[in-house]
Write a protein that binds this ligand. Structure first.
Ligand SMILES: Nc1ncnc2c1ncn2[C@@H]1O[C@H](COP(=O)(O)OP(=O)(O)OP(=O)(O)O)[C@@H](O)[C@H]1O
Ligand SMILES: Nc1ncnc2c1ncn2[C@@H]1O[C@H](COP(=O)(O)OP(=O)(O)OP(=O)(O)O)[C@@H](O)[C@H]1O
Ligand SMILES: [Mg+2]
Ligand SMILES: [Mg+2]
Lengths: 254, 254
């Protein structure tokens, strides 16, 4: 079982879109995959068409409560893809976890109760607080979606510094699997500048697949389905399919 | 002195771009304005060309430490615009504030030590944690930038619910001044659908000015200046100038 985290404290860079596209892409290739939604916005949950109001148990019950993770996981319309859903109440967890013992290891201990899975993909909120920290302590790899814009690039150094500290203090197996460039717009110079800059600094750590800006990717969440089901011939679907292939190679699984 | 908060827990919707464009627009009209950067990403600080490494004191010293706010405020190269800068260390404040008394009122008490200002504009991080809560308790109005996309629209109900609770429990004078539609792309249907939906539900609460998607707005932060200095004839600059006018009318100040 390989645990991978999709993280970046910069908001709106494509974390959820990448988490859903990767998890569903792996499931459609027959890999048993669990998507964990660690964001109080619960976008990964609604992006798969799940109605938040119908959920009895969520990740909140697992992190702050005493529920067993297996009683909170639900199936989705996609074969081989299951989901640990989020809730807006999770926003309180960041405060409730603070006084607890092993507050940054709650997710790590919970995921140990899972079996029969090939991959666990974790979608993170846009912050470096206790929820993202829990995900960084629990995972083997981090994938960093990077929007081709200035503020996103600026925040990268801080994210990498944080990952190094977590690796040294809490999770020695932690590594960045790669940086995925998202919302690349070939018509605009800024995208090219950011792309060149990232390749120069991070070389092989940058996924060869670049995700273009593609309106179908922003439309698909309103239909509650991954891009492959919404418009399988779109540039968005094709680029994420390429990313899933590259991910499988980098993860060393076949 | 009117205190206004730019907030939305959804990431990447244009909070910082709106905060900088509003604060600098007001200053250029001769209003004494302070921009408060409450985000550990410190984008409002770097977006005004300030080098984070050269800062001795920041908002961290004010919220968690014991420094007087007036000793932490710096001038910018825009006349009438001053800044309370942020730092990446602010990410620790969310945890350090939890055990403190009046943890949600730290900013409120601090801003009481200010004088000689017409406006205070607060840029918030993409979350509903203690930093954003402090800003909601301290302000009179909230402006909600709303990206014309599905996930952003979905999060609006949760944001409004949270604002109602803060108004009832902590800050009775709190109101939403308005919802500002951002990154509107006339070529794409989704923008029109979101626009219609918001107007139907929120009517007059929606600013008449709509901010179009404009590449100059994503380029300007890398030059460390507000849009008016970078490209004053761009669609981005013209639409934000219209917004500043509308803001002055709605705020009742002249
Ligand atoms: N390649 C793309 N092209 C066009 N739109 C995209 C693309 N990727 C994502 N989007 C849209 O951009 C917005 C931001 O993406 P998304 O919500 O996945 O980012 P995020 O990093 O998860 O945001 P947050 O920081 O709020 O969690 C969404 O409305 C999404 O539908
Ligand atoms: N109208 C616009 N057109 C094009 N790009 C824009 C526009 N407004 C903002 N941007 C760019 O989009 C990105 C997101 O905007 P911004 O950083 O202001 O959002 P935010 O809500 O402050 O993000 P965060 O949630 O991370 O704080 C930035 O790179 C910014 O330069
Ligand atoms: Mg997300
Ligand atoms: Mg911002």
């Amino acid at each position: 079982m390989l645990i991978v985290n999709i993280a970046n404290q910069k908001g709106g860079v494509g974390k959820t879109t990448t988490a859903i596209s990767l998890a569903s892409g792996l499931a459609m290739k027959g890999k048993k995959t669990l998507l964990v939604d660690m964001d109080p916005q619960a976008n990964a949950t609604s992006g798969l068409g799940i109605n938040l109001k119908e959920l009895n148990k969520t990740i909140y019950n697992v992190l702050v409560g005493v529920s067993d993770i297996n009683s909170c996981i639900i199936t989705t319309d996609i074969e081989n893809l299951s989901l640990l859903p989020s809730t807006q109440d999770l926003v309180g967890a960041e405060i409730e976890l603070v006084p607890m013992e092993h507050r940054e290891k709650k997710l790590l201990y919970t995921l140990k109760n899972l079996s029969g899975l090939d991959y666990v993909i974790i979608d993170c909120p846009p912050s470096l607080g206790l929820l993202t920290l829990n995900a960084m302590v629990a995972c083997r790899y981090i994938i960093v979606p990077l929007q081709c814009e200035y503020y996103a690039l600026e925040g990268l150094a801080h994210l990498i510094k944080t990952i190094k500290i977590v690796k040294k203090e809490l999770n020695p197996q932690l590594d960045i699997m790669g940086i995925l460039l998202t919302m690349y717009d070939a018509r605009n110079n800024l995208s090219k500048i950011v792309y060149e800059d990232v390749i120069t600094h991070f070389g092989k750590k940058v996924f060869k697949t670049v995700i273009p800006r593609n309106v179908r990717l922003s439309e698909t969440p309103s239909y509650g389905m991954p891009i492959y089901r919404f418009d399988n011939t779109s540039k968005g679907a094709l680029s994420y399919q390429g990313f899933v292939e590259e991910f499988i190679t980098r993860s060393g699984y076949n």
